[in-house]
Design a protein around this ligand. Sequence first.
Ligand SMILES: Nc1nc2c(ncn2[C@@H]2O[C@H](COP(=O)(O)OP(=O)(O)OP(=O)(O)O)[C@@H](O)[C@H]2O)c(=O)[nH]1
Ligand SMILES: [Mg+2]
Length: 629
Amino acid sequence: MSAPSLETVALVGNPNAGKTTLFNALTKSAAHVGNYAGVTVAVKSGEMFTAHGQKLRILDLPGCYSLRSTSPDEKIARDALMGELEGTPKPDLAICVVDASSMERQLNLVLQTIELGVPVVIALNMVDVAEKQGLRLDPAKLSEELNVPVVPIQANAGKGLVDLKQAMSHPFPPPAESPWLDGAEDPETARRDMVARLCELAARRPGEHQQTLSDKLDRFFLHPVFGWLAFILIMFSVFWAIFSFAKIPMDLISGSIGDLAKWIGTKMPEGDLHSLIVDGIIPGVGAVVVFLPQIVLLFLFIGLLESSGYMARAAYLMDGLMAKAGLSGKAFLPLFSSYACAIPGIMATRTIDSAKERLVTIFVAPWMSCSARLPVYFLLVPLLLDGKEGSWKQAAVLFGFYVLGTLSAFVVARVLRGRLGPDKQPNHFMLELPLYRGPQWSYIFRHVGDRAMAFLKKAGTLILGISIVLWALQTFPKTDSEDKGEQLAHSAIGRVGALIEPVVKPLGFDGRTGTAILTSFAARETFNTTMGVIFHVEESEDEEADRANLRDQITQATWPDGRALFTPLSVVSLLVFYVFALQCLATSAVVARESGSWKWAAGQFAFMSVFAYVASLIVYQGGHLLGLH
Ligand SMILES: Nc1nc2c(ncn2[C@@H]2O[C@H](COP(=O)(O)OP(=O)(O)OP(=O)(O)O)[C@@H](O)[C@H]2O)c(=O)[nH]1
Ligand SMILES: [Mg+2]
């Protein structure tokens, strides 16, 4: 029975000290770690057994620099320690996770935790890094000075965990005193003096400053000119690699889907069920699933950038640009995570102290092109270029659409930030540059695996359901006509298309594309599903045609008068629409929760939808005036 009396141990420490790594090692779980500050923004709980078989509850807290902070994630950490956080019991023991290589900055929090009167054990982490820097650590001295147990560990290699578990066994050490406060007028100064003394005694720096490899790399990656060139080159290579490496597995998947459809086609008798599977489910789900390789590659590259430590350098470079948008460097990581998915990105804004800046960041986060847009981009971008043109050109176009979303987000952030007025709270951005590290493959693979599973799960549930509904909508009501085009026009979906057409025609789309846009307000990938279902039927008169390749089918689509439906101009207009439209119910729900107001979420939705429409209109009509087509 999970008794409520289960004793609770909280992991406290500065951001990036290795708390989650330790949490995972102790509880054998796989919470997300990353080599930059602010990865954990909510309290995570797990269970473990001590050396004596005693069961403990472990809490992984968000990193914080002090216990008086104003940003939501640091407040969560403080409240959890004080037992003031709803749903989490007051910890019976706090393990202060300290990065041994930067004790000067990290011990302050340890002192504050001791002052709270909670029993404390110090886990002196990253001893490997400290050693490489030539630091001479003296854990015994530190323990003696503070009167709390100190255990040197290396969390990512599982070293020292046995000793740590021993220190966590019952009875817990008694709360330590805080003699540094005795007779002190200003606790802040008293703590600073104490930290200096402790470092002098227990963490002696080598005589001369050694230039580490990280220092050397940083001279290049943080260089005002070369740093930016490297940044652009790295990002561009990621896009290029996604386009070129994904090609082989993608052809394989789309080939198998085609074969499957053909095989079922020959095995099953004609009829509605046959049609449901061959014309509804397979093209509908298939149009999304073929992009699995791109999703996997995107998350693989994000994982590599995160764990190597490069992400923190990118934040450093972007700091100046962020300031121009009225945001601080703290907004960079939330915005960057939004390229994967806006939801964790919006959650990560909890690291931002300023409430107003946080709102603005939440507002613009969905314009960082998320991975759900990738299937749409990958379907459409190649239509702009001749299929044979190199993948670097396609990568350049894709890069361009990412830049468009990002720059527009910065402009809107600036305007909005200006309107919200100045901030009362102080806002300090302290960017730590962690050391460069080799990739941690096991975490990366697990994370990529999770993402791939989530993507497939969505395809197997939401997308599957929508495919079935779409198939029904275009099969019923039935006509007697043999002509597929007539049947489509007569069907429910054809009627919806006819209704929508006047609205989307000024943007260069017909009713079928309009229907696909409409359905993608549930989730963006549904665009492909709808296109897959509608255009599959349209073109399948020709039984010899390669049914699997949706792109070939939509290149051949025409208006009733025979003009091509997808011209470069209408494709650009469509892509622009997808860059800006907020088509994700889950994001809106998270925005409402994190901003604490439905109005904010609704306003964001309305703004982005109208913006997308107008931007697309300007592109299409403007292009026409310029004689483009
Ligand atoms: N070299 C070395 N790296 C470590 C050690 N422990 C953790 N790391 C790495 O340090 C980085 C940060 O680890 P996390 O566990 O995410 O840190 P955190 O304290 O949870 O950070 P926040 O959630 O941002 O507060 C990761 O890249 C870890 O793999 C260690 O003992 N030695
Ligand atoms: Mg963490």
